[in-house]
Design a protein around this ligand. Structure first.
Ligand code: WQD
Length: 346
């Protein structure tokens, strides 16, 4: 069997796609998930794709003793990819302590275990949100980290600092932070995808739920931004490209290729698309007409963000292979699959 890798939050959106990519690469995966924002159905979806059922531990990483017990039970974990965290920007404003406890205590408890081991490999799920509204576009990894617009964004900034400070003194800890731009899409098999609980906060699940008839219409949050069509610009990256990047980053750590024991990479396509362009692309791939209305701006939104991908291209030898239409098509196929499942057609 291949090297054993712990994936926390492995039943989540990006986590589940990364588990599939790891298994397909020959790694043996153990998932920790507390099912607070996912479901055991996802384990079935992963297994349907790879025919390998990952080991699963229903653990809440806020339980320090449970984290320690886990590493007792699994002494031969060779790498950790840490996705488990709360990620709703708006919710973090309403309930900051939930975010600081869940996103930071869990990171600290994991690192306390890893720093005691002879040689630890750790990948952290970070976000372009750390840049806020960057002064220059496209955004490079050396762009300044700005005061976060939300407790959620702050937990990503603080999380990165915690890892960097630990790596400075613990040379046995080898870590990479991956700053995702806007993850969208689903596995081409439509067996796994994004599963927002309640009203989707993010654009693409709201688009697909509107198109399928679960939502009456999409609100476009403002068209008076200083952009060509007035709507915000983002770098929408296919979750399959993102999953593959995690495997590449893990192999870099396992093969000891790092120049320093802490590195940061942007993960995006390098291309920005506006909300209206995303809507048009969706209408094209889904052959539907989307019902939407222009409303006021959403508090905290930045005008534009898209990645300078050169560092990941050159150092990780990774680049996004899918474009926004591919990603939107896969998101639509996944939404259609969910509808069939709800109607018991599956
Ligand atoms: C994208 C664009 C909205 C919904 C956040 C986090 C980031 C990551 C992804 C976790 C914006 C517009 C949206 C809607 C709209 N989260 N929009 N109507 O805010 O760029 O990024 O989610 O990993 O860290 O910061 O993503 O999808 O919410 O919004 O007009 O109903 O779509 O204004 O311009 P965002 P988003």
């Amino acid at each position: 069997m291949g090297k054993k890798i712990l994936v926390t939050g492995g039943l989540g959106f990006i986590g589940s796609h990364t588990v599939v990519a790891l298994q397909e690469r020959g790694f043996e995966v153990v998932i920790i998930d507390n099912l607070s924002n996912s479901s055991l159905d996802v384990l079935g979806g992963i297994t349907k794709i790879t025919k390998i059922s990952p080991e699963f531990e229903n653990i809440d990483l806020r339980d320090k003793a449970a984290v320690s017990d886990f590493f007792e039970k699994y002494p031969n974990i060779e790498g950790v990819i840490h996705f488990a965290a709360s990620k709703a920007v708006g919710e973090s404003v309403e309930n900051p302590l939930l975010y600081y406890e869940n996103n930071l205590n869990t990171l600290i408890y994991l690192l306390q275990q890893l720093q005691e081991r002879e040689d630890s490999k750790f990948i952290f799920s970070s976000s372009c949100t750390v840049y806020g509204q960057a002064d220059e576009l496209p955004i490079t990894e050396s762009a300044p980290v700005k005061k976060a617009e939300s407790p959620y964004g702050n937990t990503k900034q603080i999380g990165e600092e915690i890892i960097a400070d630990t790596c400075k003194v613990k040379k046995n800890l080898h870590a990479i932070s991956l700053r995702y731009f806007n993850p969208i899409g689903a596995h081409p098999s439509a067996n796994i995808g994004e599963l927002p609980i309640g009203t989707p906060q993010n654009l693409v699940p709201f688009i697909t739920q509107t198109a399928i008839g679960k939502r009456e219409k999409l609100s476009v949050f403002g068209n008076d931004y200083p952009t060509p069509d007035g709507t915000c610009i983002r770098d929408y990256i296919h979750v399959m490209d993102l999953a593959r990047a995690h495997v590449v980053a893990l192999e870099r750590l396992l093969e000891g290729e790092q120049t320093s024991n802490y590195e940061v990479f942007n993960l995006g396509t390098g291309k920005g698309n506006s909300v209206l362009e995303a809507i048009k692309a969706f209408e094209k791939v889904s052959e539907t007409k989307l019902s939407y209305t222009i409303t006021n701006r959403r508090e905290g939104d930045i005008t534009a963000a898209y990645a300078d991908t050169r560092k990941a291209n050159e150092v990780l030898k990774w680049e996004a292979e899918y474009n926004i239409e591919d990603a939107l098509e896969s998101a639509w196929k996944w939404q259609l699959h969910l509808k069939e499942k709800e109607e018991g057609i599956q």
